[in-house]
Ligand binder design. Structure first.
Ligand code: ZN
Ligand code: ZN
Length: 580
């Protein structure tokens, strides 16, 4: 099978060597006039029809001209065909995409333009990509879509195709959780929940129902009193706040019934999670240990149990996947057993250093686990961490390392990735930049990270982009070969210094002043300033208390509803400082 990145390369070569004789540039509009029609077949999919309308809307904002959307082409007008138009569906010169393919092509043929791909979302992605790559529209964040304006626009001769690297792409940042459109335009297809929209329920492509679900499916409040034997035996006693006793056949039976009920009551998810609670209190009973001994440890018992439930679910819902964790005590791959075809394994790299690529020696035990899991199933879904969760504003520069990891994951053939960052509120460190760059990389990991960062900074910070670039470089320079940190990083990490804080404040103050006339962009800089102010306050509370910085920080956090920590309230984060 052709490797995906070679596919991109082949496509680029094809563009370079396209014979020039067939070229006929497309003058899309000129001084408020156009000859073009947008053609979308009456039997096109919901998302294709919506994309045609969106194309019309964006071109109208870009060029001040409205291209009529029609179902049938007219012979006298050049056309932009959106989707496989029914009159051309048998045209052998068009590439073929299955309905669920997310890949797409946009190409010119003479004066006509063809945008098509999988009917469910591929064609729509083709429209967004043409707008982004050829016309320069960027969907950067909740509050900022960049739409250029031109008097006239010529689309040069082009034949361009793309397919995603990962079938499931999830950026778990706050704005992507709030804003479905931001996901769709950046070609993400996964969300914590299912969301319905004008495109016809797109997010069902790969959303997963819930996580840490043992206690949701068999709640201890409901079962423990009557059936303590369903729960973990620890030091000879059945306990609450642990896991399930998976060797108990009644537990398996109850899980089967519970998950069927969940699927029935929550239709539309791609996968349903049956997964350990977020603690290490696994069952120590003899029967559990016997099964673990046979199948290579805790993950062996888990897969042994999950397989039985997956077989049962398959008989009732053959297309649904069951998802479980390879997390903490179940991270290593099992032996003498492998997950069923309808089981997806979410492998979490929470123990790893974020500053350096997973391929570095410090993370070698994770890589061993990854390789072993990948040998036994193609359904590996990565849960990756890109920020600190104890203090969401503490700088965690990691895009270089993470981008290398995403390429590595592509080479290992993993099914999907979730990048978990500041998901509980606005205001994480470089949250908007990170979420956008990560979305781009999950679609195509072979894009140059520095170029993506430049595109973002140049637009998002406008006239202040030079200072922000210098700040970004300073932030990245915190990482040395011997600087290590994980997703529990806090302000007292040795990489931070007064020099870093002072220099950052200087750069950000300069940037802020340069945007006096552009309040919207100034707000983007204010978020960064707030992050550094947080670091300064945590490192040197007394001085910020005296000079008013602390009060300013609290006011800003309140104004923007920013939450600082996954586990603590803002008050609790500061409380420890106030009592010092
Ligand atoms: Zn047990
Ligand atoms: Zn490291």
């Amino acid at each position: 099978m052709i490797k995906k990145h070679y596919f991109y390369l082949l496509i680029s070569m094809f563009i370079v060597f396209l014979p020039q004789s067939v070229s006929a540039d497309c003058l899309l509009f000129d001084n408020g006039k156009t000859k073009y029609r947008i053609v979308v077949s009456s039997d096109a999919s919901t998302s294709e029809k919506a994309a045609a309308k969106e194309l019309q809307g964006y071109i109208s904002k870009i060029g001040g001209v409205v291209l009529p959307v029609v179902n049938v082409p007219t012979s006298s007008n050049p056309c932009i065909y959106v989707g496989y138009n029914s009159s051309r569906v048998n045209d052998a010169s068009l590439k073929r995409y299955d309905d669920l393919d997310e890949g797409f092509t946009y190409q010119t043929k003479g004066e006509n333009i063809y945008i098509y791909g999988g009917r469910k979302m591929g064609t729509a992605y083709g429209v967004f990509s043409l707008l982004e790559q050829q016309l320069g529209v960027h969907w950067f964040s909740n509050d900022y879509t960049y739409i250029p304006t031109y008097k006239s626009f010529v689309l040069q001769d082009v034949d361009h195709s793309e397919v995603p690297a990962f079938r499931s792409r999830h950026v778990l940042y706050y704005q992507f959780q709030q804003n479905l459109e931001l996901n769709v335009h950046n070609k993400l297809n996964t969300h914590l929940g299912t969301m319905y929209d004008k495109r016809g329920n797109y997010s069902m492509l790969s959303s997963i129902w819930e996580t840490h679900t043992f206690n949701l499916l068999i709640p201890e409040d409901k079962y423990f009193k009557k059936h303590p034997e369903y729960f973990s035996l620890r030091k000879g006693k059945r306990i609450k706040g642990g896991q399930l006793c998976l060797s108990n056949t009644e537990v398996i039976r109850t899980l089967k019934e519970a998950i069927i009920k969940v699927i029935k009551n929550n239709p539309g998810y791609f996968a349903y999670s049956i997964s350990q609670n977020d603690n290490y209190n696994f069952c120590e009973c003899t029967k559990c240990q016997e099964i673990e001994h046979k199948y290579g440890g805790h993950s062996g018992l888990l897969i042994w149990a999950i397989n039985q439930i997956a077989d049962y679910v398959k008989g009732i819902y053959p297309d649904v996947k069951i998802c479980t964790f390879a997390y903490q005590y179940t991270r290593n791959a099992p032996e003498n057993i492998k997950p069923r075809d309808n089981v997806m394994v979410r492998l979490c790299d929470i123990e790893c250093c974020i500053a350096h690529p997973l391929n570095s020696s410090e993370n070698s035990s994770f890589m061993t686990d990854l390789r072993n899991w990948c040998k036994m199933t193609e359904s590996i879904y990565i849960w990756d961490y890109v920020t600190g969760f104890v203090e969401m504003m503490t700088p965690s520069p990691c895009l270089d390392a993470i981008s290398e990891d995403i390429r590595m994951y592509d080479n290992m053939g993993v099914y999907g990735i979730m990048e978990e960052g500041q998901y509980i509120s606005n205001g994480g460190e470089f949250a908007e930049l990170k979420q956008w760059v990560l979305a781009k990389l999950l679609w195509n990991p072979y894009q140059n990270v520095d170029s993506l960062v430049d595109v973002f900074i140049n637009h998002y910070y406008g006239n202040a982009s030079k200072d922000i670039k210098t700040f970004y470089e300073l932030y990245n320079s915190l990482i040395k070969s011997n600087t290590h940190y994980k997703c529990n990083i806090t302000h007292d990490h040795e990489m931070f210094s007064d020099r870093f804080v002072n220099k950052s404040q200087q750069l950000l103050d300069n940037a802020y002043k340069k945007l006096e006339k552009d309040k919207a962009l100034q707000l983007h800089v204010e978020d960064l300033r707030c992050g550094i102010l947080f670091l300064k306050t945590m490192r040197n509370f007394a001085s910020t208390y005296v000079n008013g910085d602390y009060r300013n920080l609290k006011e800003y956090l309140y104004k923007r509803s920013i939450r600082l920590s996954e586990g603590k309230s803002n008050e609790d984060v500061f409380k420890s400082l106030e009592y010092q």
